[in-house]
Design a protein around this ligand. Structure first.
Ligand code: GGG
Length: 343
């Protein structure tokens, strides 16, 4: 028997547990089809922090780093921890510690009536920029540092160029190098170098504000967008609005410079949504599609395709949670998708 794929489950806070519950049967389904995986459920989140003072203990981080192939993550963020300390020490620690530089956020239509021409992948740098959490608040002055390093910028852009070559699609770099001369100047230099090394890719740069305007007017005109952490976050959230909102948007992050059996992180784009948590109102589609992205990363393409098709069929049949204008609960939506899986 081959070595099982090791998947860690971190539901986290708020709706994270509810959407994770709907993803778990897809792991059982993959096993029933002969995939060999084992799961470990981890308790880290606000409840655990408030009860024990622990965020992500070093021993748990090390086990994830050295003994795990994929992390399925729900969401973090809880009003009982207004500082957000636990969220930083769990989610940002994983993204930054595991050097998960590339965050892929695909955006494809999920329901009838949406623009069928939309087929966008945002490649967002996931560890740096203003999200490096360095800065200070002083009387009358606040500073957030944005750090961009050449290795991370190069890794993100190389992954984006490779993907553009595979998809035979154009690549657009979003930037504000006209004002962010140092950080985004670095992005422009590395982009130009890679452009000359990838003549097969049609590559252009765009000021982020013009790009956002163009996205709203003609979303079908964009295929692959590369951006730093901050711009990539905003651009991908706008893209989610084209396909039904944050509830349906998936993501996966990986470290392209590390070997294959090294933890990747699959998580819905949405956060913990404490206002609707515990009421069965959350949309599990983003979590289920993130699980499909994890399966694709593991080389389980038939399962990934079947799950994406099941989501599409469920939504096309009119199955919808409240955020999409329907009335299904989180559990009923999950069941509706599962009922469309092949055996
Ligand atoms: N799954 C993404 C995630 O949990 N991101 C953290 C986040 O956005 N937290 C803010 C919140 O949940 O309100």
């Amino acid at each position: 028997m081959d070595i099982p794929v090791r998947i860690a489950l971190i539901p986290g806070d708020g709706v994270g547990g509810e959407v994770m519950t709907e993803a778990l049967p897809f792991l059982d389904w993959a096993c029933a089809r002969g995939r060999n995986l084992e799961t470990t459920l981890l308790p880290y989140g606000a409840d655990h922090f408030l009860a024990t003072g622990e965020t992500l203990p070093e021993s748990a981080y090390t086990s994830l780093r050295d003994g795990c192939d994929g992390i399925l993550f729900g969401a973090v963020g809880d009003p009982r921890v207004p500082s957000g300390r636990h969220a930083e020490e769990i989610l940002l620690r994983l993204r930054q510690g595991l050097e998960l530089t590339v965050n892929l956020r695909p955006c494809r239509p999920t329901a009838p009536g949406q623009d069928a021409a939309i087929d966008i992948e945002v490649f967002r740098e996931n560890t740096e920029g203003p999200y490096c959490l360095q800065g200070s608040t002083e009387p009358g002055r606040a500073v957030d540092l944005a750090i961009h390093t050449e290795p991370a910028v190069r890794r993100l852009l190389e992954a984006a160029f490779q993907r553009a070559a595979t998809r035979s699609c154009p690549l657009t770099l979003a930037h504000k190098a006209n004002v962010l001369k140092h950080g985004h100047g670095l992005w422009m230099r590395v982009f130009e170098e890679l452009r000359s090394r990838h003549p097969e890719v049609s590559a252009r740069t765009m000021h982020a504000d013009a790009l956002l305007c163009g996205l709203v007017q003609h979303p079908g005109a964009f295929s692959l967008i590369a951006a730093d952490n901050y711009l990539g976050d905003l651009i991908s959230d706008l893209c989610a609005a084209f396909i039904g909102g944050m509830g349906v948007a998936p993501s996966i992050s990986w470290a392209p410079h590390r070997p294959f059996r090294c933890a990747v992180l699959a998580e819905p784009v949405h956060g913990s949504a404490p206002d609707i948590a515990g009421r069965g109102l959350a949309n599990p589609v983003g979590m289920i599609l993130s699980t499909a992205l994890l399966f694709r990363h593991l080389g389980w393409e038939p399962e990934a395709i079947a799950m994406e098709a099941a989501v599409k069929a469920a939504l096309e049949s009119g199955a919808k949670t409240r955020d999409l204008g329907g009335a299904l609960s989180t559990a009923s939506m999950g069941a509706s998708i599962r009922s469309r899986l092949p055996r």
